[in-house]
Design a protein around this ligand. Structure first.
Ligand SMILES: NC(=O)c1ccc[n+]([C@@H]2O[C@H](COP(=O)([O-])OP(=O)(O)OC[C@H]3O[C@@H](n4cnc5c(N)ncnc54)[C@H](O)[C@@H]3O)[C@@H](O)[C@H]2O)c1
Ligand SMILES: [Zn+2]
Length: 352
């Protein structure tokens, strides 16, 4: 698959043995940024690649993608001999991607980077689209750039060691792009939901399809100024839930709840018929079932929703489904009706 970006085209390669070929695929002067769990789990396949001064092993935590950690990363890379013309190689999920992509955008005024996504969320969604986002203090994803990689190498077998909640988190983003593609597309993946969890070949097909759907949007609107906005379906509510629960809920699970909530709000604001909510709810609720009893503190939820960086003046910018279950962006006052509908969802629908 080839993705066109403002920095030129880059390829997404699907390679079952990508990890084994890493030494011969990346340029000679490469500095690796590797997820600690992946480094431990795949030490045998990575072999010598992990040795030497040019490897930064990082634990995938939100605090490790905070601005204050970057001093240490930069010093380590420079001490290891990183110079202009060298490249960074990320091996990990969205957290390692964000760290590496931000470094690649800024270090030495920009260096090239390669990406081996190791989570389902990264393979099916975040590996394309150019975005980097890092945290500052308590504010998540507030600094960022648009910096596409030079190459993405997807190794499906990496997914075999993921925890169930990380698989479901990735499925959340996959369900999202299929909703955006239209009701028929969503119904198809929904019918195959159970197989996504058990059949790696079926999962791999949907990973590819998810990237194809996203590709059309990012190529049309790489900088997220218009059509790409709808990729944020489920994200305003999802981010607010993630933040209000102190990130006890993985991103793609937050997005799954966010979509269900967006659908509910749409029904209650008379934007969409109840049948569409009922059609999507069973699969969405299966995907977030393990987290539905997590308490969402209301004040923190509404605070986070109001601070969403996509808002304009006092109104909330939300991606909600309309009459035909097609999603689009709109601006909504956070008035009494809106607040009570949100409370209703969090108190009743989510916990059922
Ligand atoms: N830049 C973007 O476009 C973009 C898009 C979506 C999300 N994000 C960011 O990505 C982050 C979430 O990323 P994520 O969901 O990929 O998870 P992650 O990077 O947080 O990883 C989740 C867990 O899986 C482990 N892990 C990774 N690969 C593994 C493997 N192959 N086997 C076993 N364990 C493995 C990690 O160590 C970690 O414990 C968030 O910070 C989010 O803001 C960025
Ligand atoms: Zn997302």
């Amino acid at each position: 698959m080839v993705i066109n970006s403002h920095k030129g085209p880059y390829t997404v390669l699907f390679d079952e043995n990508g990890l084994g070929n890493i030494a011969s695929t990346v340029p000679e002067r490469a500095f690796l940024v590797v997820d600690q769990n992946v480094a431990n789990l795949y030490a045998a396949s990575l072999g010598e690649v992990l040795e030497g001064r040019s490897v930064l092993v990082i634990e995938a935590t939100e605090s490790n993608k905070s601005l204050d950690k970057f001093t240490a990363y930069v010093e380590r890379l420079l001490d290891g001999g990183m110079r202009r013309g060298h490249v960074l190689v990320a091996l990990g999920g969205g957290i390692i991607q964000d760290i590496t992509c931000f470094l690649a955008a800024t270090l030495l005024r920009g260096v090239d980077w390669f990406f081996y996504p190791s989570t389902l969320l990264a393979q099916a969604d975040s590996c394309i689209g150019s975005k980097s986002s890092i945290n500052v203090g308590r504010t998540k994803n507030i600094l960022g750039t648009f910096t596409p990689p030079k190459k993405v190498i997807v190794c499906p077998h990496l997914l075999s060691t993921l925890k169930d909640e990380d698989i479901r988190s990735g499925i959340g983003e996959m369900l999202k792009v299929h909703v955006i593609d239209g009701p028929a597309s969503f119904d198809k993946i929904a019918a195959d939901y159970d197989q996504l969890l058990t059949d790696s070949a079926i999962l791999a097909n949907y990973v590819r399809r998810s990237l194809e759907i996203k590709k059309a949007f990012i190529e049309e609107d790489e900088f997220d100024r218009g059509p790409r906005n709808i990729m944020n379906y489920g994200h305003s509510f999802g981010h607010a839930i993630e933040s209000a629960t102190d990130f006890a809920i993985p991103h793609g699970i937050g997005v799954t709840i966010g979509m269900d909530m967006a659908n509910y709000v749409s029904v209650r604001l008379n934007l969409m018929g109840r049948d569409h909510y009922d059609r999507m709810h069973p699969v969405l609720s299966s995907n977030y079932a393990q987290f539905q009893s997590v308490e969402v503190p209301l004040e923190a939820f509404f605070n986070a929703l109001s601070k969403d960086k996509k808002n304009v003046d006092t109104r909330l910018s939300l991606i909600l489904p309309g009459a035909s279950a097609r999603v689009s962006r709109g601006f909504y006052e956070k008035d009494e009706t809106f607040v009570s509908v949100c409370k209703e969802y969090l108190a009743k629908e989510l916990s059922e």
